[in-house]
Design a protein around this ligand. Structure first.
Ligand code: HEC
Ligand code: HEC
Length: 303
């Protein structure tokens, strides 16, 4: 199989490699290796006053070393990749070698993963070695979005608090990691005009005790009851089945200022947590879930 986009580069490499091998052979051949018939003579070149060159042949062993390297490179190019996409009789490839190394490494840690996979997530969370493994997995796979300290940032939930969009039970965390999550807050920019959006935004702010315009809060309450309770619940406490956040707890995924809430309501939000099932597999997810659960349950089982 050729890794080149078109055959030109393949041929380019083949021609370069063959030409340089032929050139080396030519250089070796064109140098004299037989003893001259007559007496050995000076070439007439002279350097550094007394350094002169005789027309002695190259030492035979030295010429042979050149031939051996040339023959070696031909054998090498038949056995391993190098001559464009030709040769490679052994079928070696960099990715193949990498896969093999990964497989060996995984086989080494497999018993560890197996041991934790058989344990309850809360028990795993209490095991310092498992937590260290979970942390490394977290840093490699999750920290880009949730931060190295797992405290998240705007749009990326904090995983160290007790506030959950989808739920903080070990099984729920496993489901989140395995299948991913898509938060779907619809855009109300079409259904509500900008005054109504501000009214309902003020009502939302009042739910967690933030400063709000009381007249807008009154109007917003009615709008909330018709438009928002289906997901956020009659009291605005959210619904973990759809990942609708609790709007009363003072913890914000996107922000609590009026302009940000207005933006959330007008344009909607669509937080996306990617599925990790294929990337990590069940056992790593088990460890990671234990690590994440442990972050917000220090003291209850996890140390
Ligand atoms: C591409 C960014 C991204 C990556 C990578 C990512 N996450 Fe997430 N994660 C999110 C977003 C965004 C959400 C919130 C989804 C929503 O708004 O509905 C989320 C939600 C979650 C939740 C649910 C939190 C709750 O309150 O219910 C958990 C748990 C979680 N992530 C853990 C992880 C772990 C563990 C990893 C690493 C395997 C990871 N995430 C990798 C972006 C990411
Ligand atoms: C279809 C269900 C649904 C409806 C209806 C809905 N929401 Fe949401 N809302 C969500 C979801 C899900 C999220 C989380 C989005 C994410 O994770 O990206 C959310 C997020 C929010 C946020 C962001 C909270 C934060 O922590 O930053 C606010 C504010 C909000 N909704 C207010 C409202 C208001 C006001 C209404 C009514 C006008 C409303 N929602 C209607 C599902 C809904």
């Amino acid at each position: 199989m050729s890794d080149f986009i078109n055959n030109f580069w393949n041929m380019y490499v083949v021609v370069l490699v063959v030409a340089s091998l032929l050139f080396c052979a030519f250089i070796v051949l064109s140098n004299r290796s037989a003893r001259p018939k007559g007496p050995v003579e000076l070439h007439g070149h002279q350097w550094d006053e007394t350094l002169a060159e005789w027309n002695n042949p190259l030492p035979r062993w030295w010429v042979w070393l050149f031939w051996i390297t040339i023959i070696f490179s031909v054998i090498y190019l038949v056995a391993y990749p190098g001559l464009g996409s030709l040769g490679n009789a052994l079928g070696w490839s960099a990715t193949g070698a990498y896969d093999k190394e990964v497989a060996t490494a995984e086989a080494k840690v497999a018993p560890l993963f197996d041991r934790y996979a058989a344990m309850d997530i809360k028990q795993v969370a209490a095991d310092p070695e498992a937590r260290a493994m979970g942390e490394r997995l977290f840093l490699n796979n999750c920290a880009v979005c949730h931060g190295t300290d797992a405290r998240g940032s705007r749009g990326f939930p904090n995983l160290t608090d007790k506030d959950w969009l989808y739920g903080g039970e070990p099984e729920t965390i496993v489901a989140t990691l395995t299948n991913g999550r898509n938060g779907a807050m619809p855009a109300f920019g079409g259904a509500l005009d900008s005054e109504q959006v501000r009214d309902v935004a003020n009502y939302v702010r009042s739910l967690s005790g933030l400063a709000a315009d009381s007249i807008r809060v009154q109007r917003g309450k009615t709008l909330f009851a018709t438009n928002c309770v289906a997901c956020h619940g009659p009291e605005g406490k959210g619904n973990q089945l759809m990942g609708a956040p609790n709007l009363t707890d003072g913890i914000w995924l996107y922000g609590s200022t009026e302009p940000i809430i207005v933006q959330t309501i007008t344009k909607g939000r669509a937080g996306h947590m990617p599925a990790h099932e294929e990337l990590l597999g069940e056992k790593k997810i088990h460890l990671l879930a234990a690590y994440v659960w442990g972050l917000s349950n220090k003291g209850d089982g996890a140390k």
